[in-house]
Design a protein around this ligand. Structure first.
Ligand SMILES: Cc1cc2nc3c(=O)[nH]c(=O)nc-3n(C[C@H](O)[C@H](O)[C@H](O)COP(=O)(O)OP(=O)(O)OC[C@H]3O[C@@H](n4cnc5c(N)ncnc54)[C@H](O)[C@@H]3O)c2cc1C
Length: 389
């Protein structure tokens, strides 16, 4: 049978929306189905790395993103007693020498405006998928669609994996955080600051609109943190006064890790957090999903996408594996507690941040320039030809 559409995208988070914009640019017929009817109440991702800005540039959106966000040029790292050094992005080998800080809700809203309303349907929840040789039938709470491909951008807790029997062994970490955005009364400007102390970490990032995000490590998961906890722990560990009256929102997270065994099953393809999960400490999850979307848009626009899915699987799984490992390593070191381990961490960080050749690699490392195949431009072009896939 001839399906109605080239693709159904399940989920209108940042990754699904970016993919939709890229498919629209390539002239494919698709629908994006999003179960939410209201905008996100909170913001998760804020860090947008240079490779992602290059992907956004293909849509002519990089300038709009940059104008809406804050450019973070430096990230200062503090140890038990003093500043240990900094990671600077000022001399990384890229046209964009900064990490852009922009709340995920704004990222979603810019992408949604660019996409327009014709191809996105909100209030549609995908409830099942049936695969056939040359098409899929997608069941929703509001009717069925037939499509050549289904792209699952339904996030880490999405159900599409379950519909296609895809395994994703999840490893929860024994690390917990509470995060809040505050009116910024510090003199930190556009710099990020990380404080690694014997009683736990505190991370601080600038936000647009005169705000700043503070993330504090906690002993256990606190689903209902006591009022003022972020302010209290920040002051206790850093001496910085962040009045709780200035707090505008709060959320709690416990990082988890997974990388699906395979990123597709016949005509159903996983993309973004649906395919991989990593610690948010390090700010790589959404950026990894953006690179998945770029690769996938190119594959779906080719004459025989099925022949190229093994290449999508191979390259994107490898990129995600590296990002997952780096996020885990960074979180592991940053969450050590106690005086002895903190002292050891200070020595390690001083070495990483102050030894010339090693220190010079830190900027490109955290800007995700050294993630393998971080954009399509770094994937061998031969692998996008069916006979080598
Ligand atoms: C505290 C925190 C900080 C973070 N900071 C960063 C950062 O600085 N940089 C970074 O790169 N990443 C960061 N991340 C990770 C980032 O938020 C995620 O990687 C990103 O949201 C993944 O986007 P996604 O579109 O794949 O999935 P999601 O954002 O989870 O979107 C999935 C969408 O699918 C919809 N959906 C689900 N099921 C269905 C269904 N059956 N039918 C229809 N719709 C459905 C959902 O409603 C949702 O809108 C952070 C995460 C957290 C928690």
């Amino acid at each position: 049978m001839k399906p109605d559409l080239d693709a159904i995208i399940v989920g209108g988070g940042p990754v699904g929306l970016l993919l939709a914009c890229l498919l629209q640019k390539r002239g494919l017929s698709f629908r994006l189905l999003e179960k939410r009817t209201q905008p996100l109440a909170h913001s998760a991702a804020i860090g947008i790395t240079p490779p992602s800005l290059h992907i956004l540039d293909q849509l002519g959106l990089a300038r709009e993103f940059i104008d809406a966000g804050v450019k973070v040029y430096d990230c200062f790292v503090h140890g038990r007693k003093s500043k240990l050094g900094r990671v600077t992005f000022r001399d990384i080998p890229d046209e964009h020498r900064f990490i852009l800080s922009l709340p995920q809700a704004t990222t979603i809203s810019i992408l949604q405006s660019h996409l327009g309303t014709d191809c996105m349907q909100t209030g549609y929840e995908v409830t099942g998928i049936t695969q056939h040789a040359d098409h899929c039938v997608v069941q929703t709470n509001a009717g069925e669609f037939t499509t050549r491909f289904v792209i699952a951008c339904d996030g880490a807790r999405g159900r599409v994996r379950e519909f296609i029997g895809m395994q994703a062994p999840v490893k929860p970490y024994d690390c917990h955080f509470v995060m809040g955005d505050f009116i910024d009364r510090t003199d930190f400007g556009d710099a990020a600051h990380l404080f690694f102390t014997p009683t736990g970490s505190v991370e601080s990032f600038p936000l647009p609109g005169g705000q700043r995000r503070w993330i504090v490590q906690t002993d256990q998961r606190l689903d209902a943190p006591p009022k003022g906890l972020v302010s209290y722990l920040t002051h206790l560990r850093t001496g910085i006064n962040v009045p709780s009256a200035d707090q505008v929102n709060e959320s709690v997270f416990t990082p988890r890790r997974f990388n699906c065994d395979r990123y597709y099953s016949h005509r159903v393809i996983l993309c973004g957090d649906a395919a991989h999960g990593m610690s948010p400490i390090g700010g790589q999850g959404m950026n990894t999903g953006f690179a998945d979307a770029e690769f996938l848009a190119e594959v779906l626009a080719k004459a025989d996408p099925l022949a190229l899915l093994p290449a999508y699987n191979r390259f994107r799984r490898k990129a995600a594996k590296t990002a997952i490992f780096r996020a885990e390593w960074g979180m592991w070191l940053g969450t050590w507690r106690g005086n002895a381990r903190s002292a050891l961490r200070d020595v390690i960080l001083k070495f990483l941040l102050c030894q010339g050749p090693v220190a010079r690699r830190m900027g490109p490392f955290y800007a995700m320039l050294t993630i393998p195949f971080n954009t399509l431009a770094r994937v061998p072009q031969a692998s996008l030809r069916p006979h080598t896939a």
